[in-house]
Design a protein around this ligand. Structure first.
Ligand code: KIV
Ligand code: NA
Length: 276
């Protein structure tokens, strides 16, 4: 199957077909999600929390994200791979945004970039798309501005709905091919989806968006602790892996692993694997 392209997202919007997006930061999940029919993979700056162990997205750097972008691109055949510009790599102006976006495309090999903000980054979106690089916008709750927004909270409720609508239109008019709506009331997300010519990708934005995105460690239950309301957990990988690791520890401690079956004899035997 050929690679998904920006034009496929536009066609899907026109035809009212929904598509799924997930984050990925490594070879195995990238290949599995690609085979499962996930149209787009986001190498999110959420790697800060989910790969590097930071407690927010703010510390992660371009140099930390690029190797993950390369791994995901190398491991997919069909998915459209989006690289997420980290905090501090695009806010200074259109020139900085373009330079960072070029690094993601050249060194990361991804197919588009994403960065946070509406009206305030419209010039950046115009500059980057003007250089032939597709941009995915991201409005509503934007984790890189968590300190200014006063924490993880729903955006666009009540009077602030008009500001969210302005942001949505600014992103589309600046040339973005799609826009993430994070933690936005369902009715407002439906209105944005109806008004915008480009697809909306919801995360905590209800069922009316053109597409949905989740962080894979949340969706597959790898991350422990409280799960936010907008996440549906499709598996419990934390207990699968935790239970398996504990069984391994017990086996090694008791001496019940390895057995003869896992051990090389002096003379080769067909029962023994031919390579480690
Ligand atoms: O970095 C990320 O994972 C994201 C998605 C949640 C949209 O930006
Ligand atoms: Na992000």
């Amino acid at each position: 199957a050929r690679r998904i392209r920006v034009t496929d997202f536009a066609t899907a919007k026109r035809e009212g077909r929904r598509w799924a997006m997930l984050t990925s930061y490594d070879q195995y999940t990238a290949a599995l999600f690609d085979d499962a029919g996930v149209w787009s993979l986001l190498v999110g700056d959420s790697a800060a929390n989910n790969v590097y162990g930071y407690d927010s997205t703010l510390p992660v750097t371009v140099d930390e994200l690029l190797p993950l972008v390369r791994a995901v691109v190398r491991s997919t055949r069909r998915a459209f791979v989006v690289g997420d510009l980290p905090f501090g790599s695009y806010e200074a102006g259109p020139g900085q945004a373009l330079q960072t976006a070029i690094r993601f495309m050249k060194e990361g090999g991804c197919h588009a970039v994403k960065f946070e903000g509406g009206v305030r980054v419209a010039e950046q979106i115009a500059k980057v798309t003007g250089a032939g690089i597709p941009v995915m916008g991201h409005i509503g709750f934007t984790p890189q501005s968590e300190h200014q927004l006063g924490g993880y909270r729903v955006q666009g409720r009540g009077d602030s709905a008009s500001r969210l609508l302005e942001d949505a239109h600014a992103v589309a008019e600046a040339g973005a091919f799609a826009v993430v709506l994070e933690m936005v009331p369902g009715e407002l997300a439906a209105q944005v989806t109806a008004e915008l010519p480009i697809p909306t990708v919801g995360i905590g934005a209800g069922p009316s968006c053109d597409a949905q995105v989740l962080v894979w460690q949340d969706m597959l239950g790898l991350r422990q602790g409280k799960v936010t309301r907008f996440v549906k957990q499709y598996a419990d990988l934390a207990s699968v892996i935790g239970t398996a690791a504990a069984a391994y520890v017990a086996d090694v401690t008791e001496g019940s692993f390895p057995t003869a079956a896992h051990t090389f004899a002096d003379t080769p035997s067909p029962a023994v694997p031919s390579h480690p």
